[in-house]
Design a protein around this ligand. Sequence first.
Ligand code: ZN
Length: 88
Amino acid sequence: MVGTVGEHREFHPLHQIKEARPTVSTTVIEGAALNAADRCDRCGAQAYVRVTLNSGFDLLFCAHHSKEHADRLKQVALEIHDESARIS
Ligand SMILES: [Zn+2]
């Protein structure tokens, strides 16, 4: 039972919230818009939905596949960035 004993850090409420955020990649801007270069992982069509998983991975889906996998994605997603409303 070896843990991180002896770490007497003061947890400031605000500081704690900041640290709780997943810092997977500093290059990914949260909520960043998708563009034509983003492609669905399933079929290669233009992606309109980006799903960030709890594990930190990003998945890209076109509108069709995001709907197809919506139920499962909601269970595993940390964040779902959905731009499918842009399709006219
Ligand atoms: Zn697709």
